[in-house]
Design a protein around this ligand. Structure first.
Ligand SMILES: *Cc1c(COP(=O)(O)O)cnc(C)c1O
Length: 406
């Protein structure tokens, strides 16, 4: 999964290019930077590799989401429909622009259930935000149809799905805008960073200004730029972009290793009749950064986890149902409105409502699901060993449980 596992000479070279001029900032200093524009270069590369018209780098994936919402006019009082399973950054970005996160159930795609989205639409709904969790994708055709029918914006949180595709298009380039995160543990990393991708020139120009204090970047120098609207500082630095440039050059290698390791692991897991796999609306497009699998019941999954822990082979497996950061169940800070900001009454009301909202449909998926992270550093032998040991432990747990029940 994480690109940092392949750090090498290429990263050092791009970073040294920046250090050789000493210009760490992406804008200005046109003389001393001697033609080194790592951020511009990376943005161009992103449009080519992922197939979109425009890319705006940001300081993080969270900043990319915030920027996308701002550029598309999602703000005060607007409702954004999003899944109950994601990383906290998704709702943080919604709240940061004054909008209201409306959390709905997921299905076995591990992201938005289109029917749950439909049921959550109100006159205040402005945007639907699928989150392509753990390397695979939402049912984009269904979500696009809903957005078209109800004239809603579609913003993809593709932060965890770099390199994934849906019907031939890169995840993150299908909606009105989409984001990647390049934080340290993502498929390719800048150390910290993110990007907004879009095919709309207007959205792009707003992202460009918003991430740099409103600069229109049309002046002869920074001082001469105009500020057509109020912005923020969500800039990436040249050092981070340099790291990203090295990493994007390794993307195809990363994806092919992920695919290979993922398929080997799957060949062991799929021999267990009780195991099923997350639903993938386009299986070809899975980035394979994780393998997400399910057992028929929560008690079987808990037993399998216990057995894997007992055998010391649980590392790298994520049981999201018990996770503090990725699932509604443990987001007490969100449900209790524990915020440092004086947020609007509408936001508060919506968040308190989460305390009593029924997420049993999501629970019934998440409580029997595990995602196994795919490492780039494994040898082929290690993947086989891991697959065999995991399968044996799971089978033992299933057998024990069946004995104890009968
Ligand atoms: C990592 C991540 C983000 C945020 O990215 P940062 O760069 O860490 O701010 C947003 N959404 C999802 C689903 C993520 O996994």
């Amino acid at each position: 999964m994480p690109g940092f596992e392949l750090f090498g000479e290429e990263e050092r070279k791009h970073i040294n290019d920046v250090m050789d001029t000493g210009i760490i900032m992406r804008y200005g200093f046109d003389g001393p930077r001697k033609g080194v524009f790592k951020s511009v270069e990376l943005e161009k590369k992103i449009t080519e590799v992922f197939g979109c018209s425009y890319a705006q780098l940001t300081s993080s994936g969270t900043a990319a989401l915030t920027t996308a919402f701002s550029a598309m006019g999602v703000g005060y009082g607007d409702e954004v429909i999003m899944p109950s399973f994601t990383f906290v950054a998704s709702f943080e970005a919604v709240l940061s622009v004054g909008a209201i996160p409306v959390l709905v159930d997921i299905d076995e795609t591990l992201t938005l259930n289109p029917e749950a989205v439909r049921a959550a639409i109100t006159p205040n709904t402005k945007c639907v935000m699928p989150v392509h969790m753990c390397g695979s994708m939402a049912d984009m055709d269904a979500l696009q149809a809903i957005c078209k029918e109800h004239k809603l914006l579609l913003i993809e949180d593709a932060c965890q799905a770099i390199g994934g595709t849906y019907k031939g298009k890169s995840l993150g380039t299908i909606g009105d805008a989409g984001t990647f995160s390049f934080d340290f543990v993502k498929t390719i990393t800048c150390g910290e960073g993110g990007v907004v991708m879009t095919n709309s020139q207007e959205v792009y120009e707003k992202c460009d200004g918003y991430t740099d204090h409103g600069h229109d970047h049309k002046g002869v120098d920074r001082g001469a730029d105009l500020h057509p609207f109020i912005g923020y500082n969500y800039r990436i630095s040249e050092l981070h972009a340099a790291l990203g440039l090295a990493q994007i050059g390794k993307l195809q290698t990363i994806l092919s290793i992920q695919k290979k390791h993922n398929h080997i692991l799957k060949s062991y897991l799929e021999q267990i009749p009780e195991i099923s796999f997350r639903a993938t609306p386009d299986a070809e497009g899975d980035s394979c950064s994780f393998i997400s699998w399910l057992l028929p019941t929560e008690s079987l999954m808990v037993a399998a986890i216990e057995e894997m822990k007992e055998q010391g082979i649980f590392a790298g497996n994520f049981y999201w149902f018990n996770n503090n950061w990725h699932y509604i169940r443990k987001w007490h800070h969100l449900k209790n409105v524990e915020t440092l900001n004086n947020i609007s009454e509408a936001q508060k009301t919506a968040l308190y409502k989460l305390q009593t909202q029924d997420f049993s449909v999501s629970d019934a998926v998440m409580n029997r699901c595990i995602s196994t992270a795919i490492s780039l550093a494994w040898t082929e032998e290690q993947v086989h060993d891991k697959g065999a040991k995991m399968a044996a432990a799971i089978q033992k747990a299933i057998a024990n449980l069946l004995v104890s029940v009968s």
